[in-house]
Ligand binder design. Structure first.
Ligand SMILES: Cc1cc2nc3c(=O)[nH]c(=O)nc-3n(C[C@H](O)[C@H](O)[C@H](O)COP(=O)(O)OP(=O)(O)OC[C@H]3O[C@@H](n4cnc5c(N)ncnc54)[C@H](O)[C@@H]3O)c2cc1C
Length: 506
């Protein structure tokens, strides 16, 4: 390959080049690039997109490799490891420079796209600052989550991570290094956010920062009614002045109660009756958190008491702990360590993530529970509300139409133990997920019974299905592709646009 691509330095692939967290797809590239700068990537993409006869290779950026269905892989193509780019985090804060109290609006961090969010957090905390919007797990790259959305319990308040970006540096599919923002080449800026790696490789991002609380009051409350659980979640997201984080999950069995408690340092006196075969009972847990700036020692406590009093949980089952902000944001790391110790981290993960408009959540839960056996389910099923007006419609991310502005994320985050669930078992779980997603994503308009949900983080099975996924947004997505990556060099692992020889032909 180096002969054809001249000075572009390519390396032999390693087994990890064809692996991701999902561990269900394994497409080997023919070469790997570890770029030292955006210019290296520009050289590669420029060569592959030149009008002169160019090799038909495709290119996928890979960050932390935590995709689920081979989205960061490039069969017989080239994988660009963004972790090799400079990963410095440069914090600019008016407060740090001039004692201005208004640091919340003035501070930002310029970060390399291959940096992990945990690295960004560590640097920003040195100045008492932090990005407002997170993912649950921090060992993901900035470029990787910005190519999808980036959601967690702060999303109801601050929007997804893609709503919290001031500027990007991107190498387009044509090999141009471009700085873009909402006002500077906005078409590229918005295309790339939630853009599934289709338009360019993000090399740097400017992320706004806010004051970081030293501590967080973290609360869990239990329910046995889905309607009461979701009703209370919606109450919580209607109180952004008091509440800083809202999530929730289903409690299917003893194991899920235990594993979800690994990072939550409270003694739970909750021993629910999960029922017997045929009469299974499911419980639910709300998580919410209040930032504690520790200026007034009782404020956070007071807010937690006030808010909890409005909730209809199974009394007395509310538990509250105080942890450092870092430990709170990094809580999934403890779950990772626990799963690793049980040999359940590097295993296949047939996950299903779906955004469901509020009117369809009961129907969706029914569809889901038909495919889940509460006895042996391993992993969390997250359920929490998000507000669609916090998502910028200019980005490439796809969310459902939700007439009342509320949608839920259902995240079925399953680990399969190879000793009990081999390849055929994993395939059958994925087939069941496909059926649930197909049913849920059927158009909800025109009086039909469809819910009109949208999948998150999924690889659709064909280009035609991608068109269905984008719906009315497909024309814009395809036009952006034609502008920024006309030969379809980028992002082959998503399976949206087959590689072309010349612009316009497919
Ligand atoms: C344990 C775990 C927990 C998770 N928790 C959350 C969560 O709470 N919230 C949430 O929203 N998501 C969550 N995710 C999903 C996660 O956000 C995505 O899988 C994300 O893509 C992972 O980032 P990554 O760095 O591993 O990206 P990769 O898997 O390496 O890449 C993802 C996609 O983005 C493209 N890409 C990567 N880097 C760049 C770049 N610099 N420029 C352009 N394209 C790029 C790739 O080609 C690929 O298509 C979780 C995943 C795991 C495994």
């Amino acid at each position: 390959p180096t002969d054809v691509l001249g000075p572009v330095a390519l390396l032999e692939p390693t087994p990890s080049s064809a692996r991701d967290f999902g561990a269900v797809v394994s497409d080997a590239p023919f070469a790997v690039m570890r770029p030292e700068s955006p210019d290296d990537i520009a050289l590669l993409l420029g060569a592959l997109s030149s009008t002169a006869p160019s090799p038909r290779a495709t290119v996928a950026a890979v960050g932390a490799g935590h995709s689920l269905h081979g989205q960061a892989q490039a069969r017989d193509g080239i994988v660009v490891e963004t972790r090799a780019l400079p990963r410095d985090v440069h914090v600019v804060s008016a407060r740090a420079h001039g004692g201005d109290d208004d640091a919340t609006v003035r501070a930002y961090a310029d970060v390399g796209a291959g940096a992990l969010w945990v690295e960004v957090l560590e640097e920003c905390l040195k100045l008492g600052l932090a990005p407002p919007s997170w993912t649950d797990y921090l060992y993901l790259t900035v470029g990787g989550t910005l190519s999808n959305g980036g959601i967690s319990g702060q999303t109801f308040k601050h929007g997804p991570q893609i709503s919290n970006v001031l500027q990007l540096e991107v190498v387009t599919g044509k090999g141009e290094v471009v700085t873009c923002s909402p006002t500077e080449i906005p078409e590229l800026f918005f295309a790339v956010l939630g853009g599934l790696g289709q338009f360019g490789i993000i090399t740097r991002a400017r992320i706004p920062l806010q004051l970081a609380p030293p501590k967080v009051r973290w609360v869990r409350a239990f329910y046995d009614s889905f309607e009461t659980f979701t009703g209370d979640q919606e109450l919580l997201v209607s109180m952004p002045e008091q509440v800083d984080y809202v999530e929730g999950f289903m409690v299917l069995n003893e194991q899920s109660l235990h594993s979800s408690s690994v990072a939550f340092p409270a003694q739970l006196n909750f021993s629910p009756d999960f029922g017997s075969k045929g009469r299974k009972k499911v419980y639910y847990c709300i998580e919410f958190a209040v930032h504690d700036f520790q200026q007034d020692s009782s404020r956070a406590d007071h807010v937690v008491k006030l808010v909890s009093a409005k909730l209809s949980y199974l009394r007395p089952h509310v538990y509250s702990v105080e942890v450092s902000y870092f430990d709170f944001l990094n809580r999934v790391r403890m779950e990772e360590e626990s799963l690793r110790s049980r040999g359940l981290w590097d295993v296949p993960h047939p996950w299903l993530n779906v955004f469901v408009p509020k009117h369809g959540i009961t129907q969706f839960k029914g569809l889901l529970m038909d495919t889940v056996s509460a006895d042996d389910f391993e992993g969390p099923i997250l359920v929490y509300p998000l507000l669609t007006d916090k998502w910028d419609g200019n980005t490439s991310a796809v969310v459902p139409a939700a007439p009342d502005g509320v949608m839920y994320i259902f995240g079925v985050l399953r680990s399969t133990d190879p000793a009990r669930c081999g390849r055929a078992c994993v395939d059958s779980i994925m087939a069941r997920h496909r059926r649930v997603a197909d049913e849920a994503c059927r158009d909800g308009g025109g009086g039909g019974r469809g819910i009109g949900a949208k999948q998150y983080l999924a690889r659709q099975p064909s280009p035609a299905r991608w068109r269905d996924h984008f719906g009315a947004g497909w024309g814009r997505f395809a036009a952006r592709k034609a502008r920024f990556d006309p030969l379809h060099v980028l992002g082959p692992g998503q399976g949206i646009f087959p590689r072309t020889d010349s612009a316009g032909s497919m």
